[in-house]
Ligand binder design. Structure first.
Ligand SMILES: *Cc1c(COP(=O)(O)O)cnc(C)c1O
Length: 389
């Protein structure tokens, strides 16, 4: 019965009832150690790094939402991603999407490399390139789709097929989509990763990471690594995340609908050179996105002509916060060239389409007409002042 429930209903009712008392909110178990009733046989919990009832409620919830066997909660998205990379050993090779999140790029190039793990960054949207980049020692293919900040779409099933034919595991960072819009495990992915800091928690007030596994052997190895490395999520944050998840459906629905309206509005304006949003039919990955996901999500990017125009636009737009991060109730406007991709050399950044005119908008749940009026105000300022350079 339980499995046939929609995710919308599961978000409210799965694992949110305390079995011991009937409390409708999971208690926060601060205890780090648990009394053992039986001298010979220990109970379900002994020490909170290894297992804690509050964290377990969250881990069961994300496993159920993603359709996996096991869920794991970590102290940040990077802690989740880094711990999963510990599944690799010296001499292994990993294939990574070249548009991967900056922190993941840093972990691979500056940390894993010191432990003898080899890597190649490739265009994951080109299946021929994926196929020809797989080596004998390739153990993991790492995807992130839609990509950041240009929202490029990877054909998940296409990559999974190549991975399975070559005995590689697949990891997928599902932060931008959440399990409500994209369920990678149903497409054959082995490990799903989240920066739960973003949409899952949703309120810009919790730093957290989640991983979900399907494969039994991988589940057991990751459970061992979570306990060994120890970057688990604290119980207060587990509770905040469980609470945030209850409204995920309404937040995603509202902000995705608004994002589509905003993308169309931006597309209609002469001051905007390009709009990148997988919900627009002219987007390069539109058809794959329609096939593999339930919606385009709430993040879009758009290009103005110059840094100067961006500067004037940002000064004249008042509702979104101007900041890094995404996936919150408040709209967040970011400037990749000076924020997420600031450390990348200009030539490399521009080769990836991250020019000085590019802005990213994570649409929140404010009134969409007011958001559009606000953006219009910023664009009108550019139009009236004709400030191209
Ligand atoms: C933010 C982010 C991360 C890193 O997560 P933290 O919670 O900040 O450690 C990883 N992947 C994507 C796509 C992100 O947006």
């Amino acid at each position: 019965m339980k499995n046939r429930r929609s995710l919308q209903t599961s978000l409210i009712h799965s694992n949110s009832l305390d079995q011991a008392t009937g409390a409708v909110s999971i208690p926060i178990h601060h205890a780090t150690t648990f009394h053992q009733q039986d001298f010979d046989q220990y109970g379900d919990y002994d020490y909170s790094r290894s297992g804690n009832p509050t964290r377990e409620a969250l881990e069961k919830t994300i496993a159920e939402l993603e359709g996996g066997d096991r869920g794991f909660a970590f102290s940040s998205g990077m802690a989740a991603i880094s711990t999963c990379f510990l599944l690799l050993s010296r001499g292994d090779h990993v294939l990574v999407s070249e548009e991967v999140y900056g922190g993941t790029y840093r972990m691979i190039t500056e940390v894993l490399s010191r432990f003898g793990i080899e890597y190649s960054f490739i265009d994951m949207n080109n299946l021929h390139e994926v196929a020809s980049s797989i080596r004998e020692n390739t153990k993991v293919i790492y995807m992130e789709t839609p990509s950041n900040p240009l929202l490029k779409i990877t054909d998940i099933e296409g990559v999974v097929k190549l991975a399975k034919a070559n005995g590689c595991l697949t990891f997928l960072d599902n932060t931008f989509m959440t399990p409500l819009l994209q369920r990678p495990i149903s497409l054959g992915v082995d490990v799903v990763l989240h920066s739960a800091t973003k949409f899952l928690a949703g309120h810009s007030d919790v730093l957290a990471g989640l991983a979900v596994t399907k494969n039994k052997e991988v589940s057991e190895r990751l459970s061992f690594l979570q306990n060994s490395f120890g970057a688990v999520l604290g119980v207060q944050d587990c509770w905040l995340l469980l609470r945030g998840l209850k409204t995920l459906h309404v937040r995603i629905k509202e902000s995705s609908e608004a994002a589509l309206k905003i993308a169309r509005f931006l597309d209609s304006r002469d001051e905007v050179e390009d709009v990148y949003y997988p919900g627009l039919s002219h987007h390069a990955g539109y058809e794959i996105q329609v096939r593999q996901a339930l919606g385009p999500g709430a993040v879009l990017s758009f290009r103005l002509r110059s840094e100067n125009e961006v500067r004037q636009f940002v000064k004249n737009v008042h509702i979104p916060v101007f900041a890094v991060s995404l996936g919150a109730v408040e709209s967040i406007l970011s400037y990749p060239a000076k924020m997420s991709h600031a450390s990348m050399p200009r030539a490399e950044r521009e080769r990836r389409g991250i020019t000085d005119g590019l802005l990213r908008l994570s649409v929140g749940i404010e009134n969409v007409d007011e958001l559009i009026t606000d953006l219009k105000h910023g664009l009108n300022f550019i139009k009236e002042n004709v400030i191209t350079t």
